[in-house]
Design a protein. Structure first.
Length: 230
């Protein structure tokens, strides 16, 4: 398992799988369930906290749970139910019951969300047939079937995702501060070359370093709000 940045292979040296380049399954060893989250070591997080936190201001990066109001690809919209626990009447107490599809609001795509279609498998070559479907009944949280939670996003939660975030504003870069139209439709497939990301970062004065959490502003939300009425 490699956590020494000097030992990490370049993208071009990663093997291909199913005709797709850049397969990093073996970088952190067989059975790994974290992927590049492995790069967020204690040292990386400590350095980010020491060097990047300057003002203490907080900025939420989340969409509301009910946004978009009409989930794409026929997914069920979120439901929020407030249940009064006021019994007897003199008490003031409520419970909140939520139903959400994990593609609602802001979300991370876990390692078993989208796999390699042609090979019918996910990260580490785990066959899609090995990922249980339907409702998982967890009667004892201390004794959970490991097969049922293989490649689960809980692995990221337990490890923690914390580090140096780097925002590259591609909308500002392409439109030259709004003086030109965006050269693509954010709602349609449009590859963004690494060279453009590097050029935009250079213009912002951003210097990348290993384990950065890269955030790309591509204009999706702006179109969603102004044109799609979601």
């Amino acid at each position: 398992m490699s956590r020494n940045f000097d030992d990490l292979p370049s993208f071009d040296k990663l093997p291909s799988f199913g005709g797709l380049p850049g397969c990093a399954w073996e970088v952190w060893g067989k059975g790994d369930e974290l992927g590049t989250v492995n790069l967020l070591t204690d040292e990386v997080v400590a350095r980010a906290a020491k060097e990047e936190i300057q003002t203490g201001k907080r900025v939420t990066m989340n969409w509301p749970v009910n946004f978009p109001s009409k989930p794409m690809f026929n997914r069920r919209p979120p439901e929020h139910k407030v249940v009064s626990r006021t019994n007897p009447p003199r008490r003031a107490s409520n419970d909140d019951e939520l139903h959400i599809n994990t593609q609602s609001g802001t979300q991370w795509d876990g390692l078993r969300h989208f796999g390699i279609f042609s090979e019918k498998c996910f990260y580490q070559g785990v066959p899609a047939s090995e990922i249980p479907q339907g409702v998982s009944n967890i009667s004892d949280p201390t004794n959970v079937d490991k097969q049922a939670i293989k490649l689960g996003i809980h692995n990221w939660a337990q490890h923690g995702i914390c580090g140096r975030g780097v925002l590259v504003d591609l909308v500002k870069f392409y439109t030259e501060d709004g003086t030109k139209p965006l050269p693509y439709d954010p709602w349609k497939t449009h590859p963004i070359p690494v060279s453009d990301i590097k050029a935009a970062a250079d213009k912002q004065g951003v210097v990348f370093r290993p384990a950065d959490i890269l955030l790309l502003r591509v204009g999706f939300m702006q179109v969603a709000i102004t044109l799609r009425n979601i």
